[in-house]
Design a binder for this molecule. Structure first.
Ligand SMILES: Cc1cc2nc3c(=O)[nH]c(=O)nc-3n(C[C@H](O)[C@H](O)[C@H](O)COP(=O)(O)OP(=O)(O)OC[C@H]3O[C@@H](n4cnc5c(N)ncnc54)[C@H](O)[C@@H]3O)c2cc1C
Ligand code: FES
Length: 314
């Protein structure tokens, strides 16, 4: 951990040139979906040396990390992540970097933010960061969400279904969707009301926010399904996203198939390199929607955001 003179001390990045091949699914996806906002194939990935502005607890389990970041880091889009070199803890150190989704990017303020659950050696090290410390964040990495275009004159309606820390991944998508003129409905699920994060931030961004909790016994899949059906009946959902949870995945797969709309999921997987080289993060996927044939993809490089119907449960 290094110290700098001020929380907004100059940041630096060492750019690693990257233009590797994509998996077949992505080449096909990109060819078929020319209406999607495609990113340039030459990816600006860098070892970004960021400076901590703040690193505060927002509830008993989660911290919010705000960093001054160099220009390369500020190109991150919703669904992408950084591979973070976590500083050592009191008497332990994480050998590998840890992947963290981008929670917020504010290029005008040269700022990126993360929301993380303090749970193991890496995040316990992150939790020790103080203003003016520096942090090495490799990225931005992976494929972000691809908001489908809607017909002229129609308004997109994006559903975000997030539980726990999955919210960190979905929050910037809400911002991007609202900026593009979409309506956003966010269903936030948590064990208890005190662990619901970012409801205010999402509301301020313009999203309709619905909260369900285990404590209030409103977070079971039957009630969530009823809620989604009500939301869809009020204004047709045009794109649905979720993350992390198997039971939310299968509910949303079923409903999006019934509604005839596209969807995506952001997956979490333990990672080694996070740049597509070691194959530690490979998972099985359906070759295409409805197919019984499986194919194998790297979560770090081909994802972490994948087509909802191609994703297999775990
Ligand atoms: C793309 C992506 C984005 C992510 N974004 C965020 C985010 O925004 N915020 C956030 O809080 N987390 C996020 N995560 C999850 C985070 O990277 C992991 O939880 C990370 O392991 C935490 O590191 P740690 O050292 O604190 O905990 P670890 O020591 O890695 O332990 C975390 C948990 O994983 C279990 N575990 C450890 N190794 C394995 C293994 N090989 N197989 C199965 N289980 C294992 C441990 O028992 C423990 O329960 C993301 C993960 C991915 C892949
Ligand atoms: S973590 Fe190395 S290929 Fe994905």
């Amino acid at each position: 951990m290094n110290m700098n003179d001020s929380p907004t001390a100059p940041t630096a990045s060492k750019v690693i040139a990257f233009a590797p091949g994509r998996c077949d699914r992505q080449k096909a996806h990109r060819a078929q979906q020319a209406h999607h906002a495609c990113r340039d194939e030459t990816l600006p990935i860098a070892e970004n040396i960021c400076t901590v502005r703040s690193n505060d607890w927002i509830n008993p389990e989660y911290k919010h990390l705000v960093l001054s970041a160099p220009a390369t880091a500020l190109t991150a889009v919703a669904g992408q992540f950084f591979h973070i070199a976590c500083p050592p803890g009191a008497d332990e150190a994480a050998y590998l970097r840890r992947p963290m989704s981008i929670y917020r990017v504010e290029p005008d303020d040269e700022r990126i933010e993360f929301l993380y659950k303090v749970q193991g050696v890496g995040t316990r090290g992150l939790a020790r960061l103080a203003p003016r410390d520096t942090l090495d964040a490799l990225g931005p990495l992976g494929q972000g969400f691809r908001l489908p275009a809607v017909a002229p004159g129609e308004q997109a309606h994006v559903l975000l279904l997030a539980r726990g820390v999955g919210l960190a991944t979905m929050a910037p998508l809400a911002q991007e969707a609202i900026r593009s003129g979409a309506r956003v409905t966010a269903i936030l699920s948590a064990r208890s009301a005190s662990l619901v994060m970012s409801a205010d931030y999402l509301r301020e961004s313009g999203a309709d926010v619905l909260v369900v909790t285990d404590d209030e016994q409103t977070s079971d899949v039957v009630q969530i399904e009823r809620m989604i059906r009500r939301v869809h009946a009020a204004q047709a959902i045009t794109f649905a996203t979720t993350c992390g949870s198997n039971r939310l995945l299968s509910t949303l797969q079923r409903l999006t198939a019934e509604f005839g709309i596209p969807g995506e999921i952001a997956l979490e997987q333990h990672m080694g390199c996070a740049i597509g080289a070691c194959y530690a993060c490979v998972r099985p996927f359906r070759k295409h929607s409805g197919s019984d044939e499986l194919t194998y993809r790297r979560v770090c490089w081909d994802g972490p955001v994948f087509d909802l119907q191609e994703t297999t449960s775990w």
